[in-house]
Design a protein around this ligand. Structure first.
Ligand SMILES: [Fe+2]
Length: 416
C-alpha cells in the first residue's frame, strides 16, 4: 500500500472533523499502523494549565498517556516554539539522531548542551525518534511524537514532509473547532441576553398597558361617561367584529380590545372646561377637542407590541366619506377597528345617560347609525352592528331604555 498517498488523503479530509480529539486519535492510529512505527502519540496544549498532555498513543510501544505531562517551559517545547538558544531543529522537526549529532560534533555552550541533553532524555523516555510540531499562527498547539520504524530505517524527507502536513492540518482543525466552540458559547450567551431583554421588555409593555387602562378609566370619569361605558363599547365592538367574520385569533383580538378600551385616552390632555362643557363647543374649543385622537396615538406610541393600536386610536373619528378628523382619511384608508369603534362608541354614547342629559331612545340611535351609514360610518360595520343589536342585544337595551325613560319612553321619543 502506498501509505504516502493515504497520508495525503487523510490530511485533505481532516477539516471535516468537528471534534479535534477524534481527529488526533485517528492520526495517531493511522501513522502507527500505516507507517509501521513502534508508536505514534499526540501531545496537546492544555491552555488552562499551560502544559502539554498526551491525549493518545498507538502502537506496540505506546506511552501510558495519563501518567506523563510536559511543562510548557521544557526545552523540547521551547525548541519547537523556536525559542532555543541554538538551532537544533532540522527542517522544523526534532530528530533524535540530529540531537545526538549536535551533542557529539558541535561546539555549543554548556547551557545549550544541557538543554539538548534534556530533550534527548525526554525523547528517549518517550521512545521517540521524531517530534513534529503542530503550529497555528506561531502558537504550538500540539506535538506529534513518533517512535521508530519497525523496519529500522530512517524517515525520508518526504515522510517527514507528510507528517508536517498532517500536523499543520491538525492544528487548523483544532483551532477551527476551538473557534466554533467559542462562537457557540458566545451565541448561547447572546441568546440568554436576548431572552432576558425580551422578558423585561414584555414586562415593561404590560406595565405600560396597565397604566394606560387606568388612564382610560380616569378619562371616562373626567369625560363624565357612564360607568361601564368602556366595558360596553368593548363588548359591542368584539361582537360586531365577530359578526363581520373578522379573524380575531391571538394578537388581533388583543389589538381590537386595546383600541376599544383606549380610543379616548388622548382626552387626558384636553382641559376639563372643554371636556365637561354641557353646552355646544365653539369653534376654538372644537379644534382643541379634536386633538384628542392624535394625542391618544402619541400617548400609545411606546406600546411597541401594539403598534396598530396607536393608529387605530388616531383614526377613530375619521368618517367613511372622508369628512372626519384629524386627517380626513376615507373608506379603506381607515383601519376597520377604528370604524368599529366609531359605530359602537357613537351608539353607546347616544343611548347612555349623562349628568346633564338623558340617553336618546334606542330607535333614535339606530336611525342615526343607519342614516349615516356610508357617510360617517362604514356600511359593513353598521350592518354587522345592527345584526348584533337585533339578535343579541336588543332585549338588554330595551330594558335599559325602560329604566331611563319609563313605560312610554320609547313611544314618546318615536313620536318626536
Ligand atoms: Fe373620541
Amino acid at each position: 500500500m502506498n501509505y504516502q498517498e493515504v497520508l495525503k488523503n487523510a490530511a485533505r479530509s481532516m477539516v471535516r472533523f468537528k471534534n479535534p480529539h477524534h481527529l488526533l486519535r485517528m492520526i495517531a492510529r493511522f501513522i502507527a499502523k500505516e507507517v509501521h512505527l513502534t508508536h505514534a502519540s499526540i501531545l496537546l496544549h492544555d491552555s488552562v494549565r499551560n502544559r502539554y498532555i498526551f491525549i493518545d498513543s498507538k502502537g506496540e510501544l505506546k506511552i501510558p498517556v495519563r501518567l506523563i505531562r510536559v511543562d510548557a517551559d521544557h526545552p523540547l517545547i521551547r525548541c519547537l516554539q523556536g525559542k532555543c538558544e541554538v538551532r537544533i531543529l532540522k527542517k522544523d522537526v526534532l530528530s533524535l539522531r540530529h540531537l545526538d549529532d549536535i551533542l557529539n560534533h558541535f561546539h555549543t555552550s554548556p547551557v545549550s548542551k544541557l538543554e539538548v541533553q534534556k530533550i534527548i532524555d525526554l525523547m528517549k523516555a518517550l521512545k521517540a525518534s521524531l517530534c513534529v510540531p503542530s503550529i497555528y499562527r506561531g502558537e504550538l498547539l500540539g506535538v506529534l511524537i513518533l517512535g521508530t520504524k519497525r523496519s529500522g530505517g530512517d524517515f525520508t524527507d518526504e515522510e517527514i514532509s507528510h507528517f508536517q502536513t498532517l500536523a499543520h492540518d491538525a492544528a487548523m482543525t483544532i483551532k477551527t473547532a476551538a473557534y466554533q466552540m467559542e462562537l457557540l458559547e458566545r451565541n448561547k450567551q447572546l441568546e440568554e441576553q436576548v431572552t432576558e431583554i425580551t422578558r423585561l421588555r414584555k414586562k415593561e409593555q404590560e406595565t405600560y398597558y396597565q397604566i394606560m387602562l387606568s388612564l382610560a378609566e380616569e378619562v371616562r370619569e373626567k369625560d363624565d361617561s357612564t360607568f361601564g361605558h368602556l366595558a360596553a363599547v368593548e363588548k359591542l365592538g368584539v361582537m360586531t367584529a365577530e359578526e363581520m367574520g373578522m379573524d380575531l385569533n391571538g394578537k388581533k383580538r388583543d389589538v381590537l380590545i386595546a383600541g376599544l378600551r383606549l380610543h379616548d385616552i388622548g382626552k387626558i390632555g384636553i382641559p376639563d372646561a372643554i371636556l365637561k362643557k354641557e353646552d355646544s363647543l365653539n369653534q376654538e374649543e372644537w379644534v382643541i377637542m379634536k386633538q384628542h385622537a392624535a394625542k391618544g396615538a402619541k400617548i400609545l406610541a411606546p406600546l411597541a407590541d401594539f403598534k396598530e393600536v396607536a393608529e387605530i386610536v388616531h383614526c377613530h373619528h375619521e368618517f367613511y366619506d372622508g369628512k372626519g378628523y384629524p386627517r380626513g382619511l376615507k373608506g379603506d384608508q381607515i383601519p376597520i377597528e377604528s370604524a368599529i369603534i366609531s359605530v359602537v362608541d357613537a351608539f353607546h354614547a347616544m343611548v347612555s345617560e349623562r349628568c346633564y342629559k338623558k340617553g336618546y331612545p334606542l330607535e333614535f340611535a339606530i336611525h342615526e347609525l343607519e342614516s349615516n351609514s356610508g357617510r360617517q360610518f362604514h356600511p359593513k360595520v353598521v350592518e354587522a352592528f345592527m345584526s348584533v343589536l337585533k339578535t343579541k342585544m336588543l332585549g338588554y337595551y330595551e330594558a335599559r331604555m325602560h329604566e331611563i325613560h319609563g313605560n312610554n319612553a320609547i313611544h314618546e321619543r318615536k313620536a318626536s
